[in-house]
Write a protein that binds this ligand. Structure first.
Ligand code: 0X9
Ligand code: ZN
Length: 423
């Protein structure tokens, strides 16, 4: 199974290479003791984009990642990473030959683009929507961030006051912007909100789904990080939360902080300066904790009402499913049948948006991720969608506002498909 998928993936990468485009995601890094002595840049400053030829297998990519370098994606010349001088030296010490990369655009992140919604603009959209569609929406907050911002949740249903529907409706959760710099995903969640409210009663598909499902949307899981990222003239390339740690380090990787096999498998870092720092303990950060508490609150009469979930990220154009903590397809906690359902639904979604489907560990290992927790603890059919673009340097996180409409609409069919699958 694994071999077949990898073979398929290599073929796709090869084709992409020939076409001169990149396919793989900006999947983040694992880290080993190198970081303890050398530390790691907390944002894009002090790092340069380098290309590492020859990292063709998951094992080799894991060795690259363990220098603490930020793995951005794979292109035809090799693995594109963001590395400090120390990490470049670490790569050489491991026998790699890192080369300076000449990106198409400037290496520095671009100026902040006001086509994207800020935190306040996002909350205003939700308030307006709730006001305009009181019969099919409920606007709440699942809790507050480290810096005290609400994490607003909008629920869309013909019976939005939860638990009033008889029989219970299958519920589906969409989460966005767990990683600060992935602003296109906030736009994705807002599109879901706008589409399922403004087209209710006119679009038959939308109407049926709102009537028969309960749709929960959390557009900004990491508001502190997202606001920090847009607080200057240029973006900061920020990924993590804003919780302070020792050594003056700031930020936890919220997608390594979930309490399922947390920190088990070198798929996250124990060093607070790392971009994939898992935090001092599972759910150390309020953002992951309050989202988890919301999910736990949907266990009604011993049954988890949420059947399916998408966590939107960028970038890479990928559909990813659990587990991330192991290369095995069916370890404890996943039967053959369940795995096949992930493959089937993931592949069906990818057929609608032309993303590449795979198990998340097919690139390399990640532990403490939201998908592993959602499935491992709650048996929620949980996917990561890595949005546009498929390749690029640091600027891959910051596509121009002109692509928002097209690249969010591109996922309409995948969203509808998952809503139907939740039945
Ligand atoms: O590394 C991540 O957290 C995600 N990629 S990103 O470039 N947006 O940071 C991928 C998470 C994939 N999901 C699992 N590994 N379970
Ligand atoms: Zn991400």
């Amino acid at each position: 199974m694994l071999t077949r998928r990898l073979a398929r993936h290599r073929t796709a990468t090869l084709i992409a290479g020939i076409a001169g485009i990149a396919l793989l995601a900006p999947l983040a890094v694992t880290a080993d003791a190198t970081e303890a002595t050398h530390g790691q840049a907390q944002d894009s400053s002090g790092s340069e984009t380098v290309i590492v030829p020859g990292a063709d297998t998951p094992a080799e990519r894991t060795r690259v990642a363990r220098t603490g370098a930020d793995v951005l994606h794979m292109d035809r010349n090799g693995l594109v990473v963001h590395a400090t001088d120390r990490q470049v030296a670490g790569l050489r010490a491991r026998g790699f030959t890192p080369q300076r990369h000449q990106p198409l655009s400037a290496a520095a992140p671009p100026p902040v683009d006001d086509a994207y919604h800020t935190y306040d603009e996002m909350t205003a959209v939700l308030s307006d929507t709730a006001e305009d569609h009181p019969d099919i929406t409920e606007l709440t907050s699942v809790g507050t961030s480290y810096e005290g911002r609400d994490l607003p949740l909008i629920t869309i249903s013909d019976t939005p006051a939860q638990d009033s529907a008889e029989p219970a409706e299958p519920e589906v959760l969409f989460t966005c912007t767990m990683h600060a710099r992935e602003h296109l995903t906030t736009e994705m969640c807002l599109r879901i909100v706008t589409r399922f409210t403004s087209e209710y009663g006119t679009d038959p598909e939308v109407t049926e789904l709102v009537d028969e499902r309960t749709i929960h949307v959390l557009p900004m899981v990491n508001p502190d990080g997202a606001e920090y990222d847009v607080s200057g003239e240029r973006y900061k390339g920020w990924r993590k939360s804003r919780m302070p740690h020792y050594w003056g380090a700031v930020g936890t990787d919220l997608n390594r902080n979930w309490a399922y096999n947390w920190g088990c498998c070198s798929g996250s870092s124990g060093y607070p300066r790392s971009n994939t720092y898992r935090g001092p303990e599972p759910f150390s950060d309020p953002e992951t904790r309050v989202v988890a508490e919301f999910v736990e609150s949907r266990v009604v009469d011993g049954q988890q009402r949420i059947a399916a979930h998408i966590d939107f990220h960028s970038y890479g154009e990928l559909v990813l499913w659990p587990f991330g903590f192991t290369e095995a397809d069916t370890p404890d906690g996943m039967t053959e049948e369940e795995y096949q359902r992930f493959v089937d639904v993931g592949t069906a979604m990818a057929d609608t948006n032309a993303y590449e489907p795979m198990q998340s560990s097919d690139f390399y290992i990640t532990d403490g991720t939201v998908n592993d927790w959602m499935w491992g603890e709650h048996e929620i059919l949980s996917f990561t969608l890595e949005m546009y673009p498929s390749g690029g340097g640091i600027d891959g996180f910051y596509p121009p506002g002109s692509v928002i409409a097209e690249e969010t609409a591109r996922n309409d069919a995948a969203v509808d498909l998952l809503l139907r699958e939740a039945g």
